[in-house]
Design a protein around this ligand. Sequence first.
Ligand code: URA
Ligand code: SF4
Length: 195
Amino acid sequence: MTITEELINKINVCTKCSLHKGRTHAVPGEGSYNAEIMFIGEGPGRDEDLQGKPFVGASGKLLTELIKSIGLSRDDVFIANVVKCRPPENRDPLPEEIAACWPYLDQQVRIIKPLLIVTLGKHSMGRFLPGLKISDVHGQPKRAKGIFNERQVYLPLYHPAVALYDPRKKDILFEDFKKIPLILKQIKKSKNDIQ
Ligand code: URA
Ligand code: SF4
């Protein structure tokens, strides 16, 4: 068994927090383990829980469209969540649930070593870039301490679910996404103009 298969199997049978009680399937995440970009959402919703796959419901459809808009497909990136099991009624995950699940995301980031971590929504952003306000910083790449490196680049974006009922946010999300190719290019040139 490879290290990634082992990790997926562990997540699928995990009972480390109470979210395991309500799940149909855990949602470990999916995509390329060689991905340059990792997208990190908050937690599975109803469709994701039923299918065991991340971002496959309405907000997932929008995320897939956004990824395509920059010439990539879901197979080129890795899509994961801060918690791997669906919180009841889609409530926010509790701090103890996030803490219990954290080692899995930590390990995924260590395996993939993404050049760029794109956080989706304020809860995912808050786990990596605490103290920032998403309305102030969305679409702005930030360097901060990473999991496998000291100066990881993060790009905080609005959550696609928010854009579903706010057309203005949807436009902003597409605009912010357009910056991703250039940000990647800058990271590869190790330019230091990302603060
Ligand atoms: N919202 C999330 O944050 N993650 C998913 O996987 C689906 C919807
Ligand atoms: Fe385990 Fe994470 Fe699911 Fe909690 S949310 S049961 S820690 S996989």
